[in-house]
Design a protein around this ligand. Structure first.
Ligand SMILES: [Mg+2]
Length: 206
């Protein structure tokens, strides 16, 4: 039975935390402030609220303000600008090249951004499909809905899949529905729902 490797994108295949996430965050707060005509401080506060309730700024904006999701995603993810911060890695390419099985990307980010980052990483060859926030009707991981939706699209059973991720909550759902899980993290956060932990993606194959 050939394996399906499901890769998260940000902070799993490349470092998004240092330069990309702070910029996306800033853009999201600016967008909310402008769109709802509130101060940046109030926008920041509202985003925190939506995070707690919906797990994402966007869901809160759709539900409470009828915001157009594509307008929000395009305005907050300047793919051309953000992909400049991506560092290509030969080690990453080699790992993906060597890995046997189907390889796909499953990210909470929008499609136009994911395509740009994958291109900047120069790994287009090694990922056959990209599942973005649009693929799950704007329901982000770790929702069961998001995982079920992509399994349906893949026409695969969970036990055929290995989820490779930096986020523990996402791996918890992956494990719950029956996937194998690999945590990519420098911190020792191995738990019952993590099959294996590696500190860097390039340690995926020994
Ligand atoms: Mg991630």
């Amino acid at each position: 039975m050939s394996k399906i490797w499901i890769f998260d994108l940000d902070d799993t295949l490349h470092d998004a935390s240092s330069k990309i996430f702070p910029r996306i965050n800033q853009s999201m707060t600016a967008y909310v402030s402008h769109k709802l005509n509130i101060s940046l401080a109030d926008a920041h506060h509202l985003r925190n609220e939506y995070w707690k309730v919906y797990g994402a700024t966007l869901k809160g904006l759709i539900q409470n303000h009828g915001v157009n999701p594509q307008e929000f995603l395009l305005n907050t993810h300047d793919a051309e600008e953000l992909s400049k911060f991506v560092k290509q890695s030969h080690a990453l390419k080699n790992i993906l090249k060597k890995l046997i099985g189907k390889k796909i990307i499953f990210t909470n980010a929008p499609l136009h951004y994911a395509i740009a980052i994958i291109k900047a990483l120069n790994i287009q060859k090694y990922s056959s499909d990209i599942y973005s926030i649009e693929s799950t009707d704007y329901n982000p991981k770790p929702s069961h809905y998001a995982f079920r939706k992509i399994l349906k699209k893949l026409k695969k059973r969970p036990n055929q899949c290995v989820m490779v991720e930096d986020d523990l909550a996402n791996l918890k759902t992956a494990h719950k529905i029956g996937m194998k899980t690999i945590l990519v993290s420098k911190q020792n956060k191995k738990t019952a729902f993590v099959t294996k932990r590696i500190s860097k993606i390039t340690y995926l194959i020994h």
